[in-house]
Ligand binder design. Structure first.
Ligand code: WT7
Length: 645
């Protein structure tokens, strides 16, 4: 399937960015970044105007990334206050609850009041500029209020996805020494309750830094409130004043930390700062989605991930948009839910993940076709490569062959979209991340770092900084440099493989490191391995990804049990449960393959290349196994392989 969809005539004529404008703006950003970004940064309100613009180097000798460094602004004021005069009564947040019928509409004026009250409540509970606040909430408006209230007082938020376990939460709280946690009694997803407060209680047993927990009442479920530590959110904000001046923040002051998995070690705290991030979030939100005032914009990601930060909250609100926040899941109460929500609110732009599209595709067209969807103008995809079959279904069935699809490639580290087709500028090729955003200079390099020209295949690097780039790993600047700038010195290495075709379109081919992408969520194989080996019955474990119809990649774990243990279905179930408890449900192994031994080199290094091939079922050509300490191990793994249907 290699169809190309040309730019529809109406889009070429009316879009903010057409082909010509794309070329000229791309060239302008590349040739004179200071001039380009001076102009783009004027989309924000600055408290102190900047005079310096780009001050960046990827080289060891003078390594550093700063944008607009002498300017000052407040991110929350940019997302709220400046819209009040003209759009005070416009809806900022449309909230759709887990069950149909439960909803809320929050205008910009109401958002201002909610955020000011909470900001004052944070201050009353000891939060000061630069302090860290951990947010562990479901997809409810209070999640956005919390992020913005932190931004208003200059506190650094760290949102932890509600699907993470108490252990994972505790690690993330300890890593950045949060002093306050905002959570809810329980979350609600697909009719199921998530014990958020109980998880916080368990996590805090291991954290000494936290002195306050604000608790949103969401379900009214029975929870423990610890005297002197836990405070009801609604009581705290009721007591607080609705006036709260926004703190002037340097452009390079931190805005948030977001933990993400890498190929080694524990998750890293990716740090984003204020000015550059917001310019980047706002600019991409406008151009990529061809956003127009009045549009109803729905990004279906959870705020626990960067997509939710940038497009549910910051980019959308910076542009004065109406952003839709949905608490639930695509299949509750049935498989029509997404499209019923589209009809209910007359959504113009829908931005979702391929894994959801594939899951809905499996259920058939009827669920989609019985809804109207005539309000939709544009569709987006994010988080993982979208296979052409799912792309065509999304285009034909959901978009009625009327809505372009922007397949946006980016990362937690990049802050916002790095590559995507623009709907008025680029013919669409299903599965292609297509073209770089303004200011993004991609190169494809070979294993030795040689830059490859023309149509080619290799590893994706970016040669120069863009405003929304992460600035450091929280507490470990050396790890930041080591992780991203030493594999190919002088370049930012994405960790992704990439192909460039004869039209100069980029195609992301997937991670080339030990990171796997499960349902659009990043998982370090090393993290799952360390959870497994922490189990008393496990001697050794190796985890790889394998192709999964719905999730994109599934988690395939090779496990060697201790000598006195017996392999059984019970032990398998016990290990799956264990990993869910250790990391969270998103790390649930799909396959546990008991392995009496793992293929290792004579120096003891596990040959992951072979394990990957066996997991993929591609055992006809395992390559050179002569360097293995015991080649017979491979034979036994091949014959014992079993992947559930
Ligand atoms: C990794 C980043 C994008 C924000 C949410 C995920 C993969 C992301 C695409 C895409 C192909 C994609 C990459 C990337 N990825 N978007 N459109 N096409 N691959 O952020 O958790 O930091 O994951 O997701 O492999 O490196 P993340």
């Amino acid at each position: 399937m290699s169809s190309v969809h040309p730019v529809p005539a109406e889009w070429a004529a009316n879009a903010k960015i057409n082909a010509e404008r794309y070329e000229s703006m791309y060239a302008a950003a590349a040739n004179d970044p200071d001039a380009f970004w001076r102009k783009e940064a004027m989309r924000l309100d600055w408290m102190t105007p900047f005079t310096k613009i780009k001050n960046t180097s990827f080289h060891e000798a003078d390594f550093g990334i700063k944008w607009f460094e002498d300017g000052a602004l407040n991110v929350a004021a940019n997302c709220i206050d400046r819209h009040l005069a003209e759009r005070g009564d416009a809806v900022a947040i449309l909230w759709e609850g887990d069950s149909p019928g439960e909803d809320r509409r929050i205008t910009y004026r109401e958002l201002h009041e909610e955020v000011c009250r909470l900001a004052n409540a944070l201050k009353a509970n000891g939060v000061r500029k630069g302090d860290r606040v951990t947010i562990y909430l479901p997809m409810i408006p209070e999640a956005a209020f919390s992020m913005l209230a932190c931004a208003r007082v200059g506190a650094i938020h760290s949102v932890v996805f509600g699907g993470f376990s108490p252990d994972s939460l505790s690690g993330r709280i300890q890593d950045c020494d949060s002093t306050l946690v905002i959570t809810a009694d329980e979350g609600l997803r697909g009719g199921k309750k998530v014990p958020l407060k109980a998880n916080v209680d368990e996590a805090l047993a291991q954290c000494s830094s936290v002195s306050r927990v604000l608790v949103v009442r969401r379900t009214g479920g029975d929870i423990l409130m610890k005297d002197g530590r836990d405070v009801w959110y609604h009581e705290a904000v009721a007591k607080a004043s609705a006036e709260c001046p926004a703190e002037a923040m340097s452009a390079e002051d931190p805005l948030f930390i977001l933990y993400t998995s890498g190929s080694t070690g524990k998750p890293k705290g990716v740090l984003h700062t204020s000015g550059g991030y917001l310019v980047w979030a706002s600019m991409t939100h406008e151009y990529v989605f061809d956003y127009r005032p009045g549009d109803i914009f729905w990004c279906a990601a959870d705020v626990g991930w960067v997509t939710g930060h940038t497009y549910v909250v910051y980019g959308a609100l910076a542009n004065g948009a109406t952003t839709l926040m949905y608490e639930g899941v695509p299949n509750h109460p049935d498989f029509s839910r997404f499209w019923q929500i589209v009809d209910k609110y007359e959504v113009d732009i829908f931005y979702g993940a391929p894994t959801a599209i594939r899951a809905l595709m499996r259920e058939g067209e009827e669920w989609v076709k019985k809804t109207s969807r005539k309000s939709l103008r544009l569709l987006g995809s994010v988080g993982e490569p979208i296979n052409p079959e799912a792309w065509e279904w999304y285009y034909r069935v959901v978009g009625d062959e009327r809505c372009p699809i922007v397949d946006t490639y980016w990362q937690t580290e990049t802050g916002a979209c790095m590559m995507t087709p623009l709907p008025g500028a680029h013919a669409l090729k299903p599965g292609a991340a297509s073209k770089p955003m303004f200011g993004v200079k991609p190169v494809i390099v070979d294993a030795e770092g040689k830059v490859l020209e023309g149509p080619t295949d290799g590893n994706l690097c970016i040669t120069d900084s863009w405003p929304g780039q992460m600035r450091t790993v929280w507490g470990d600047h050396e790890r930041f440099f080591q992780t991203y700038f030493t594999t190919y010195p002088g370049k930012y290495f994405t960790g992704d493989g990439c192909r460039r075709d004869e039209d100069g379109y980029y195609w992301i081919t997937g991670r080339v490191d030990d990171v796997i992408n499960v349902s659009g969520h990043r998982m370090g194989t090393a993290e799952v391995e360390s959870a497994l080996v922490a189990h008393a019955k496990v001697a050794e474990a190796a985890v790889v990804g394998y192709p999964h119809d719905i999730k994109g990649q599934g988690i395939y774990a090779y496990v060697t049990l201790n000598a006195n243990e017996t392999e059984s279905a019970e032990v398998r179930a016990e290990l799956v449960k264990w990993v869910r408890q250790e990391i969270g449900p998103i790390a649930t192994p799909d396959v546990i393959h008991f392995a009496p031994g793992l293929p290792k080199t004579r120096s003891g290094k596990i040959m992951r290349r072979i394990l990957r091939k066996i997991a993929e079922g591609d055992t006809s050509n395992l390559g050179d196994i002569s360097t293995l300490a015991d080649p017979s191990v491979v034979e036994s793994l091949v014959t014992s392989r079993s992947v559930p249907a």
